[in-house]
Ligand binder design. Structure first.
Ligand code: NDP
Length: 249
């Protein structure tokens, strides 16, 4: 069995385990940070370390593939980097996290997953799945790209709203308001999920599907934890708001 297939299976199985464990133990970063998780580093540096492999590692694996100069893989490569170049290099500069720290254990697991995911999706795009130029007109490509761009826009907008809740140097929390925030507590996670579902559809690949499943296993339990946290912290928290899926969950 090839390394690619083994890692793909590992991601699907660990997504299941992760979903169940995160329903009971919330990952200890951001508002859920707490003592007892070992050594820590600054949160900005943590984001860089975790996310750089998702941009640079992906590029490395992608350009090692024999089909990397073909138009469809190149277009999908750009789509991926639209999200990950920003997330790896610019997002850590934008966030207002003061001196907040993140456990090294969280950083190590994020780094490891992003390396594996970069390998799976980069290799899948340029070496495993074949995309003829006609894929540009395929409804799966068109729908997937539309979903990806819609999710990306929601995610960027929602993260900007959160950022603007703090002035430089502040680290407190406030109730986010307006737009999708009136319907759900975590539009940034909602947008991110739509993005990776779109990616799975546009690439029509098991690697893409594995990332969508893994993101859902990670973000759905965290959205519930964030939602419960808001309700505990703010007695006037809007009661009709759901956690992450408007009107549903
Ligand atoms: P959060 O929503 O928890 O936090 C985002 C930023 O906003 C942080 O800097 C946080 O500060 C700040 N913030 C959050 N809520 C408030 C508030 N009410 N008032 C003031 N500031 C606030 O998101 P995450 O940190 O979990 O994730 C960041 C991004 O990464 C998101 O876009 C998410 O979709 C993506 N992500 C994707 C994953 C995937 O599997 N694909 C996994 C995890 C994240 P602080 O850190 O101090 O709480």
């Amino acid at each position: 069995m090839r390394l690619f297939d083994v890692l793909l299976a590992v991601v699907f199985v660990s997504a299941l385990f992760m979903f169940v464990s995160l329903m009971f133990v919330t990952a200890p970063y951001g508002r859920h940070a707490r003592a007892g998780w070992g050594p820590e580093i600054g949160s900005r540096l943590a984001w860089w370390i975790m996310e750089v492999p998702a941009s640079l590692g992906f590029a490395l694996f992608f350009f090692a593939g024999e089909h990397s100069r073909e138009p469809v893989p190149l277009a999908l490569f750009l789509l991926w980097q639209l999200h990950y170049f920003d997330r790896a290099f610019l997002y850590p500069l934008r966030i207002r996290v003061g001196r907040r720290t993140t456990p090294l254990a969280t950083v190590a697991s994020g780094f490891a997953y992003n390396c594996i995911n970069a390998f799976l999706n980069g290799t899948s795009l340029s070496a495993v799945t074949r995309y003829e130029p006609s894929w540009f007109g395929d409804p799966r490509f068109l729908l997937g790209v539309a979903l990806f761009l819609a999710g990306w826009t929601i995610n960027r907008w929602a993260d900007t709203v959160l950022r603007n809740l703090r002035r430089p140097g502040e680290t407190g929390y406030a109730i986010p308001r307006g737009g999708l925030y009136e319907a759900i507590s975590c539009p940034n996670y909602f947008g991110e999920l739509i993005e990776w579902v779109g990616w799975a559809v546009a690439t029509w690949s098991l690697a893409g599907l594995s990332f969508a499943v893994f993101s859902a296993a990670n973000l759905l339990p965290r959205a519930v934890a964030n939602h419960n946290w808001y309700q505990e912290q703010f007695p006037d928290y809007p009661p009709r708001r759901r956690a992450v899926i408007p009107f549903v969950w």
